[in-house]
Design a protein around this ligand. Sequence first.
Ligand SMILES: NC(=O)c1ccc[n+]([C@@H]2O[C@H](COP(=O)([O-])OP(=O)(O)OC[C@H]3O[C@@H](n4cnc5c(N)ncnc54)[C@H](OP(=O)(O)O)[C@@H]3O)[C@@H](O)[C@H]2O)c1
Length: 284
Amino acid sequence: MSFETVTIAGGTGKVGHFIAEAFLEDGSYRIKILRRKSNEEDSNEMARSLASKGAEIVYVDYYKKDDLVKALQGTDVLISALNMDFVGGASYYDVQTPLLNAAKDASVKRFIPSEFGVKMKYRANPLTDNKKLFRDSVEKSGLEYTYIYFGVLQEEIFLCGFDIEKKKATFFGDGSKKIPTTSFSDFGKYIVESLRMPEARNSEITVAGANMSPFEYLEIFEKVTGSKWEVVVNRKVVDVIFLDRFMAAVAQEAEFEKLDNDKFSFAPRPVSEVIEELVNQVSG
Ligand SMILES: NC(=O)c1ccc[n+]([C@@H]2O[C@H](COP(=O)([O-])OP(=O)(O)OC[C@H]3O[C@@H](n4cnc5c(N)ncnc54)[C@H](OP(=O)(O)O)[C@@H]3O)[C@@H](O)[C@H]2O)c1
């Protein structure tokens, strides 16, 4: 199936804008970015930058179906890069369901839901369970779909327990289970190429720039900083910090048995380069 128009909901967001940039760089598709109407009046620099590179910015009320269906007319591939509402409590399922319903009415051909992270066992964490609930709806919808997993963002690998300033690593598990990671310079390119891969239809794509244990990432940090780091393993989850629970699940429950990297035309950016950049940022 050939696609002409790709619409990215949340395309100005942290992950979404890298996806949008990769599509604009590729240049093969007409790109539309959906934004919430409440943000219409602000001067979002990212929206302006994407528009200057050729994206059409479309403002919608996600809770007005007619509005949303109209905005999606002519879309071949809809990529949801929406985030859950951490303040208001709307889950990944709640936030994306209006989009999926409108996509069906607008005859969108393929839906790529807001996964873009770590594939985890069911019941490992409420966030990923919620994404699974939404995937079930996508499959029932009859639309074509692709799920894309690329692990933890390498530019945020410090969330896996690496404190560059203190040269201290604290791991939730014993440091032996692999954690997949990908640089933000690569994951958009994987999504672009997936549209040309017949095997991505109604399937999942699992890629990683690196798939190593925390101790292996630590070796790179030690090499780059030129010093031995203090290491603490089996760090306890601090209940009040929601992110801790998620990162503990990532460290212990990531399920990346097979990688699809060899189906793509490019080699990912080496993780050592990203770690070097992170270390340089901290040491100023
Ligand atoms: N692998 C990783 O390490 C990693 C890291 C971060 C995120 N992620 C995943 O990437 C996806 C996107 O996350 P993100 O951090 O990029 O999100 P984000 O920047 O917080 O939000 C993305 C965009 O979605 C729109 N949005 C936010 N809340 C919304 C809501 N309640 N209803 C409708 N639209 C809303 C906003 O666009 P407008 O304001 O323009 O409407 C926002 O810019 C999620 O699935 C997340 O789990 C993965």
